[in-house]
Design a protein. Structure first.
Length: 333
């Protein structure tokens, strides 16, 4: 994690904080300016990188350990959707000059906790200084048997649409953070409020069923930019049409209560983003096996629609009638 512009002592302090996360011998104890990855024989390496920026993807006052975990987990979520087993990650950490040492220490602690939790060690990276906001970029990598990565392409007419977990919690959690007095949240108890806020703060990547996705899904995508928008992308690449039934979309108790108070929130739930669940297409004959694997891992799995011939996405609203969303998905640009 070298940067010649920083003093040796300052760089060494940072390396010492992150060295305990670099547990694989290929990381060379962060003593070199490159690392070595040794994937299993007859496998492909699956690569993914995502960055998060203060004021865009997390709040400036979010706890540093939670920020570290979010930075890693948004990448792990994509690898889960590809059916990849984890190998490790690289970190680029860009900090303002006035970042205090406690923030960095807490960040390193949170990153270490998740690296151990998910079995995904640090291999190296870079640190730098910026006059702008904190920026964290992680490049994560995993492996699959050769030619077995689950792509967005591959969905076939007749496949079922499934999704893990619950949808809309993070989007509503962000809304709650920004508009705590919104009438839609008036009847939520403290536990429901805490759940929604926490789902925005900390994604729940579904790596525990990555192998099952690889074995049973025909196509898969990480739901990060909104369920409707991400399914639209999957359908377009596969050359098929997706039929989504909003009544079947799994909701947490908090999201359901907010939706009952304000039915227009269905748009926010379907297109708001930051769910970090897996949406996949599954041949009907494979659904039972995938459900069994998800159940064994303690992960909910719900059928929400079907793949048909055609193109685009058709969404049936809560009343069963087709609806058109004003915004299909989240976009940074």
């Amino acid at each position: 994690m070298a940067d010649a512009r920083k003093s040796h002592s300052g760089e060494e302090r940072l390396i010492e904080l992150f060295r305990p996360i670099a547990t694989n011998p290929g990381a060379l104890a962060l003593l070199d300016d490159a690392a070595v990855v040794a994937p299993p024989p007859d496998s492909d390496v699956v690569l993914k990188t995502d960055a998060i920026v203060a004021g865009v993807h997390f709040f400036y006052d979010d706890p540093a350990d939670a920020v570290a975990k979010k930075a890693l987990r948004v990448n792990l979520s994509d690898l889960a959707a590809k059916g990849a087993e984890l190998l490790g990650f690289l970190l680029t950490l860009v900090l303002p000059a006035d970042t205090d040492e406690k923030w960095i220490t807490d960040f390193a602690r949170g990153l270490k906790e998740d690296a151990e939790k998910f079995g995904c060690p640090l291999y190296g990276g870079d640190t730098d200084r910026t006059p702008g906001p904190i920026t964290i970029s992680i490049a994560a990598f995993g492996h699959v048997p050769r030619g077995k990565m689950v792509r967005r392409a591959g969905a076939k007419p007749g496949d079922l649409l499934i999704v893990t977990g619950t949808i809309g919690d993070a989007a509503l959690g962000l809304m709650l953070r920004r508009e705590p007095n919104n009438a839609a949240f008036a009847r939520l108890d403290p536990a429901a409020r805490s759940h929604l806020a926490d789902r925005y703060l900390l994604p729940r990547p579904r790596n525990a069923i990555a192998v099952a996705i690889r074995e049973h899904a025909s196509a898969s995508i990480d739901v990060s930019d909104g369920l409707a928008g991400d399914l639209t992308k999957l359908a377009a690449v596969s050359g098929v049409a997706a039929r989504l039934d909003a009544k079947l979309v799994p909701l947490s108790d908090g999201a359901r209560a907010a939706l009952e108070a304000d039915p227009e929130l269905i748009e926010q739930i379907l297109s708001g983003g930051d769910d970090y669940e897996i949406a996949a297409t599954v041949p009907e004959s494979r659904l039972g096996a995938l459900q069994a694997a998800a159940s064994a891992a303690g992960i909910g799995l719900t059928t929400i629609g079907r793949i048909e011939q055609g193109e685009g996405i058709v969404i049936r609203g809560l009343d069963g009638k087709p609806i058109t969303l004003r915004r299909g998905s989240f976009s940074h640009f």
